[in-house]
Write a protein of this length. Structure first.
Lengths: 195, 195
DNA sequence: GGAAGCATGTAAAGTGTTACATGATTTT
DNA sequence: AAAATCATGTAACACTTTACATGCTTCC
């Protein structure tokens, strides 16, 4: 992520806008110097922010238009020859909205919503052998995810850390360590099935 | 070229229907003896299955109608005097679809999608004091959730365990232990901020 | 008589996913 | 010349939440 771009001017006195995660993520990326929808998507992929809030082009482009309508960003044409391109910049109102979002004190409760855990909740309908098989599947899934975080997410987070961006490493480590913990939990429960 | 039309119908009474989590959960509850939409909702609340897959009446009633259309459940009138009520029963096709769902080998990757973690990913925009405050919030949230699992979910899961329903305790313990782990992770990261 | 619980739904809005569609530029 | 990448979007569908709407029965 490069230097922060200057905040564009917008009429003061805009009504305070309460951001949702998707909008906040876009503002954070624009603030970080990524100006086009395409560049933002690639940055989200490259920094593995998608591990915590996945998104698609079909969400990004309409959301950018909404942010512009709300006066949180301004758009200018940034086409290269015949290839059209938009460049977005964050406004004062946008920066204020992002700061408000980031400083929101109450965090909504984290959901554990997961189809695999739901299956486990109904595992009484399975034989002991099948229950062990399900637990093995869940453990292997957690191990795969842990490897993905260790091999792909953490190296990027470490590189960003060296440039002064410390936060991505905090969440990257959380992801890796969570999946390692989950794998050990499933292994333990699998062992208890023997008794 | 248009879509290919099916050249043969599945044997009647055994349509291959792939369930989604909401439908599977309803079938599991009907299978467990809860016959009305209202009773199913109360059972999901009472067993704290909502901790892993929350739902609302506005999802349950249309989904029950869809399951009936697909032949996975049958509805009969079960009104008490003037208070109308429907009673649903699972069909053979419904039981087969549920078994297929439960035995699906590949588990979709678990998402860590959480607004609190997304905030943490952008915490470089905060002062060190504010960053510590955010981590404290996240830790306290995890502690609240852990208490909720210990005080509300686990006692019910233990009671169900005594009646022979073992699976709810596996997921209930996972919830409690996950939130305890998360609290300790946030506490550790908070400590590292000092260095 | 009133409150609480039983029971079933619809409407509207918002959010998210998948598939499709188009065309330019750069790289091999 | 073909493939990959850059870049922007629409359409349709699926899912979820919030609010609303109705009326019955049981308990205090």
């Amino acid at each position: 992520m490069g230097r922060l771009l200057p905040v564009a001017l917008a009429p003061s006195g805009w009504p305070a806008v309460t951001l949702k995660p998707s909008g906040a993520m876009l503002l954070a990326m624009i603030r970080g110097g990524f100006t086009s929808g395409y560049a933002i998507k690639k940055a989200i992929e490259g920094m593995h922010t998608e591990a915590f809030w996945a998104t698609t082009f079909a969400q990004i482009y309409p959301e950018l238009a909404r942010l512009e309508t709300d006066g949180l960003v301004v758009r200018r044409d940034d086409s290269l020859g015949a290839r059209r391109r938009s460049a977005y910049a964050i406004t004062e109102a946008g920066a204020a909205a992002f700061d408000d979002w980031l400083r929101t004190a109450e965090q909504p409760p984290m959901e554990l919503r997961d189809e695999g855990l739901l299956r486990l909740a109904f595992a009484d309908a399975l034989s002991v052998a099948e229950r062990r098989e399900l637990l093995r599947e869940l453990r292997e899934r957690a191990e795969r995810e842990e490897r993905r975080f260790r091999d792909e997410v953490l190296p990027v987070a470490d590189a960003l850390y060296e440039t002064g961006l410390h936060a991505p490493r905090m969440v990257g480590r959380m992801g890796a360590e969570y999946h390692a913990w989950a794998a050990s939990y499933f292994a333990r429960i699998e062992g208890e099935l023997d008794r």
